[in-house]
Design a protein around this ligand. Structure first.
Ligand code: TYD
Ligand code: MG
Length: 464
């Protein structure tokens, strides 16, 4: 009798593309040396998903679906529940949605396990199952002992095989599930090793089926690879409802939880934590930490009134402009798109006549945070010129305007929430675009509002 041949295929470990033969360069994502041979399963698709538990939620797949007119579909607002962590609620779009599959990505050691264990302990009114394939039960106990929270309702399971996990779930009937990490999970239906593309795909599909059919919200922790993408195939990100990135400087204590995809809310929300000896502290007033503490005024420092999601943040921009000593001038930027910085430098050179082309320029956003809000442009330009001219920006001053290619100041959205945040934090003047003030009652603010149409008018006002 002929031996059954094991069927294998090659998968790109970066994007999940499949090929029957080995390839040096992935045609799908362009990465080199990412193809790895994996055993592919021969079981029919319909049997490969293992979750067989009872169906509680409304999204049952058991009935054959039939098309409905969009008008006839009953609108159900999903009933969210409070995770008791204000920052997590915020990034999820206002609480945990039943049956949601949430992926939390981040570099090793950034604090993903700490965050999820802490949330599991805080939600003490829900039965939470924390499944870990990374640490032993006693290690998890040690971690929980460090934390300020405790719960009677938090269960810990150390297991990596999904079928065994589902068996325990059927017995325990948890209301929230946490999986620490998708890269350690293994499905019995697939032979390849844990963390490989086909395992990650398969186990994620099983978890998705579980979450949707049982309406149990499921949090999956995932590692990220060296490019900052979630390790494993891109399909993982397509499958889940929400992708959260946990980031920050490992040596600093602040951590940022950022939404990069959310089927149930906005993707521009931001949660901020501080890593302490007893777990993560929610930072409810982030502007305090994003403004670095300093005694005397420095040149090259300006404060931008930015907005992340619906959350106003006052952020310090620091720059250093100095004559290029060696050959080509250097341009470097931390926390801000370097191409946008180059554009602003060109605007300053062309419209303002500042000779920045022969200068080294280093730019830094305090607090290790990345800013995409164009309203920071004005603070950026002021900081650059302040450093170039060696002149300090007056104290208690902040900026919020986009800078156009003609050196004009453009209006930004939600001006009023920026103004009120600046006022609340004790700033005495805010520079804005003239065009941002339509329909705004300025008399209700005690902060002085300085509105201009052109960049050079701001410089004239500030530096004379
Ligand atoms: P961890 O949650 O294990 O990271 P990940 O799961 O993302 O790999 O992060 C642990 C780091 O946080 C570790 O360096 C120790 C530190 N830590 C604290 O500073 N305070 C604490 O209360 C805990 C539990 C961990
Ligand atoms: Mg961990």
């Amino acid at each position: 009798m002929a031996k059954a041949k094991i069927k294998t295929a090659y998968f790109c470990q970066n994007c999940g593309a499949e090929s029957p033969k080995w390839l040096g360069k992935c045609p799908a994502c362009g990465q080199w040396n990412t193809y790895v041979e994996e055993v592919v399963d021969s079981t029919p698709k319909s049997q490969t998903v293992a979750w067989t538990g009872e169906v509680k939620g409304s999204g049952s797949n058991n009935r054959a679906a039939k098309p409905l007119k969009i008008k006839e579909i009953e609108h159900q607002t999903e009933k969210r529940f409070n995770s008791k962590d204000a920052e997590l609620n915020r990034v999820l779009g206002g609480g945990v949605v039943p049956g949601a599959l949430v992926l939390i990505g981040g570099e090793p050691g950034i604090g993903k396990s700490t965050l999820m264990l802490q949330v599991a302990l805080k939600m003490n009114n829900k039965k939470v199952l924390y499944v870990s394939g990374e640490e032993s039960q006693s290690q998890i106990k040690m971690r929980s002992d460090r934390m300020a929270h405790n719960s009677d309702n938090c269960y810990v399971l150390t297991e990596v095989t999904t079928q065994k996990i589902f068996k325990q779930i059927e017995l325990l009937k948890p209301e929230v599930l946490v999986i620490d990490s998708i890269q350690t999970l293994q499905s019995e239906y697939i032979d390849s090793s844990a963390g490989s593309v086909s395992q990650v795909k398969q186990t994620a599909a099983e978890l998705m089926k579980f979450a949707k059919e049982s309406a149990v919200p499921t949090f999956i922790i995932g590692h990220i690879n060296k490019d900052g993408n979630i390790a494993g195939p891109k399909v993982l990100e397509h499958m889940v409802d929400t992708v959260l990135q946990f980031e920050g400087d490992r040596h600093g204590s602040y951590r940022i939880l950022r939404t990069t995809k959310n089927r149930f809310g906005s993707t521009s929300e931001l949660g901020i934590y501080e890593m302490q000896h007893n777990g993560l502290r929610e930072v409810s007033n982030p502007s305090e930490i994003l403004l670095s503490q300093r005694e005397e005024a420095l040149s090259g420092v300006a404060i931008g009134a930015t907005l992340e999601g619906n959350r106003p943040l006052l952020i310090e921009v620091q720059s250093l402009v100095s004559a290029a000593a060696y050959g080509n001038p250097q341009r470097s930027s931390t926390g801000y798109d370097v191409r946008r910085m180059n554009m602003l430098l060109a605007v300053l050179e062309k419209r303002g006549g500042f000779r920045l082309g022969v200068q080294d320029v280093f730019l830094n956003i305090a607090g290790g945070i990345k800013i995409e809000d164009p309203a920071i442009d004005l603070a950026m330009c002021v900081s650059l010129i302040s450093s170039y001219e060696e002149m300090n920006v007056p104290d208690k001053t902040c900026f919020a305007a986009e800078v156009g290619l003609g050196g004009e100041l453009r209006a930004v959205n939600h001006v009023e929430s920026r103004i009120s945040e600046a006022q609340k934090l004790g700033f005495e003047q805010i520079y804005l675009s003239k065009y941002a003030l339509k329909g705004i009652d300025m008399s209700k603010y005690s902060i002085s509002i300085r509105a201009y149409a052109k960049l050079y008018e701001v410089f004239q006002d500030l530096f004379g």
